[in-house]
Design a protein around this ligand. Structure first.
Ligand SMILES: [Zn+2]
Ligand SMILES: [Zn+2]
Length: 310
């Protein structure tokens, strides 16, 4: 943990920070004074650049040699759905915004399949995302759209901000033992659930390599770029029904494959609402899943800001 570098009493503090209360005590604010200082992360750069090329090349080679099978596609859909919902309902609406409560089993599912999405631990993801909301369109915003579409989409991932007061704004999550277990074992969980599981499902269907490719690599790449489109396209294209003063937009077409995250203007205006698409006809699969899980009592205290029914 790099927090020691950012002790408030440290005289050689590189960046002045203060954790202050805000509307929701579950989302501590973080005041960042100094601008970011970026250095290239070779690991991130290699993974983020080569994975789409590898997925496309191996995908074509595999289909040409082993053909297409519905088992591969089912494997892809299963993994894409669980990993995707673990990012939207888990990392985003639960861990980052605490827009509802859930039991330990649901939290565990969000954590293990969230790791399989290869988007960092829930702790690190939530820290970046809270900074994104706090400093939208400003220099400190990790995926600042005013630095261009490519930067907001994936360019920011190539770099590590050496000045970021790491994890200071996720003190609440650091008290959660499950969250910290996932944070410590992120790579192992990622490998077992993200790639081992689809391989085993494929093995059971007689197509282990098809499972690894479709449920693992191709699913990871498409999941990456769907999430990235929320940071790029949903800050560029669409309408602003909830707030005209922010760059986030409601981009309805994005919602069909991002489980409802496209309604990003409403979300930025009301981040603690468990819904992004508030109208009943908004295709926000994540809100329906969270709501459905409340029927057996697995989720509760679903927070609504707008009175709009859905
Ligand atoms: Zn945003
Ligand atoms: Zn958010």
């Amino acid at each position: 943990m790099a927090n020691a570098n950012y002790s408030l009493s440290e005289p050689a503090l590189k960046r002045q920070i203060a954790v202050t209360p805000q509307g929701s005590k579950l989302e501590p604010k973080l005041e960042i004074v100094k601008p970011p200082r970026y250095t290239l992360s070779w690991t991130n750069a290699i993974v983020i650049t080569l994975s789409p090329i590898l997925a496309l090349t191996l995908g074509i080679l595999y289909v040409r040699t082993a053909g297409f099978a519905w088992a591969d596609f089912a494997n892809y859909l299963f993994m894409y759905t669980l990993a995707g919902l673990s990012i939207t309902a888990g990392y985003h609406r639960y861990f980052s915004h605490r827009s509802y409560e859930c039991n330990a089993f649901v939290k565990f599912i969000w954590l293990i399949f969230g790791a399989s999405a290869v988007q960092n631990s829930a702790l690190a993801w939530s820290s970046d995302h809270r900074i994104h909301h706090r400093y939208s369109d400003k220099d400190q915003d990790p995926y600042n759209i005013s630095k261009g579409f490519f930067w907001a989409h994936m360019g920011w991932i190539y770099f590590i901000d050496r000045e970021k007061p790491e994890l200071e704004n996720v003190r609440d999550l650091q008290k959660d033992r499950l969250v910290m277990w996932q944070h410590r074992n992120y790579i192992l969980i990622l490998l077992v659930v993200g790639f081992g599981l689809p391989f085993l499902i494929g093995l059971a269907c007689g197509r282990p390599w098809g499972g690894l490719l479709w449920g693992g690599l191709i699913r990871m790449v498409l999941g990456h770029h769907t999430t990235f489109l929320i940071n790029s396209a949903a800050h560029t294209f669409g309408t602003k029904p909830a707030s005209s003063s922010i760059s986030a937009r409601d981009c309805w077409w994005l919602s069909f494959f991002s489980f409802g995250e496209g309604y990003h203007n409403y979300h930025h205006a009301h981040p603690s609402d468990y819904r992004n698409g508030v109208a009943w006809y908004h295709c926000d699969i994540t809100k329906w899943v969270i709501s459905a899980l409340s029927v057996p009592g697995w989720t509760w205290n679903l927070r609504r800001i707008s009175k709009t029914e859905s």
